[in-house]
Design a protein around this ligand. Structure first.
Ligand SMILES: *[C@@H]1O[C@H](CO)[C@@H](O)[C@H](O)[C@H]1NC(C)=O
Ligand SMILES: *[C@@H]1O[C@H](CO)[C@@H](O)[C@H](O)[C@H]1NC(C)=O
Length: 195
């Protein structure tokens, strides 16, 4: 049997991780996620709109928590969203939650947490605040119990990113994603060269 070269597998692996991290599908938070419990207080207001799928149950008793923030480690953490009626987070509903927390830069990650066994199916989540762009994430799938589950599109720069190369970019849309992709491809090319 002819084995494909190892670099093929490496490329395959990295292509998959690149696709997953592009934020198209919700996934469990990485083990490295740390919650800044002490950051609960703050001066900024956030509105989180959650729509629930029409395939979700008529009523849920599970407690739902949210955690979101920016690439600098600022987090808004609410372990249990306060619901005002038993219809909250029910089939086809749209619920709005007002949260307060530390002021953040652009929101780039969002996780939901479910404590309880109801098969709740969130559809979309939108987060807005006066000084940041509204962000929207699509779940449209049930979420596992006792797991932070969602999206992380943050680019965690420890220092400012280097200036872009001089040739003018034809279009800015998708530019960042392409750079991110390159970051995966370069190590692969290097490793193929070594192999
Ligand atoms: C949340 O819902 C309210 C009421 O429908 C709407 O005015 C607001 O624009 C929504 N915000 C976001 C971020 O979707
Ligand atoms: C979620 O899935 C349902 C059924 O598959 C579909 O009708 C609905 O449009 C989807 N919602 C979004 C926001 O994609």
């Amino acid at each position: 049997m002819v084995m494909p070269p190892l670099s093929f597998f490496i490329f395959f692996f990295f292509s998959i991780s690149a696709a997953v991290s592009s934020g198209s599908l919700p996934q469990p938070a990485p083990k490295s996620l740390t919650i800044g419990y002490i950051q609960k207080a703050g001066d900024c207001n956030y509105r989180v709109n959650i729509t629930t799928s029409c395939s979700s149950p008529f009523h849920i008793t599970a407690e739902i928590g949210v955690l979101f923030g920016d690439a600098h480690g600022n987090q808004i953490y609410e372990p249990k969203l306060e619901v005002e009626s038993s219809k909250a987070l029910a089939k086809c509903s749209k619920d709005i939650f007002e949260l307060t927390g530390p002021c953040t830069d652009q929101i780039c990650f969002f996780y939901l947490y479910k404590k309880g066994s109801d098969d709740w199916i969130p559809e979309t989540v939108e987060i807005s605040s006066p000084d940041i762009d509204t962000v929207k994430y699509k779940y449209n799938s049930s979420i596992p119990e006792d797991t932070w589950y969602g999206f992380d599109d943050c680019q965690y720069f420890t220092s400012p990113p280097p200036p872009p190369p001089s040739p003018p970019a034809p279009s800015t849309a998708g530019h960042q994603r392409r750079l991110k992709w390159l970051a995966y491809v370069i190590p692969v090319l290097l490793s193929s060269a070594v192999l």
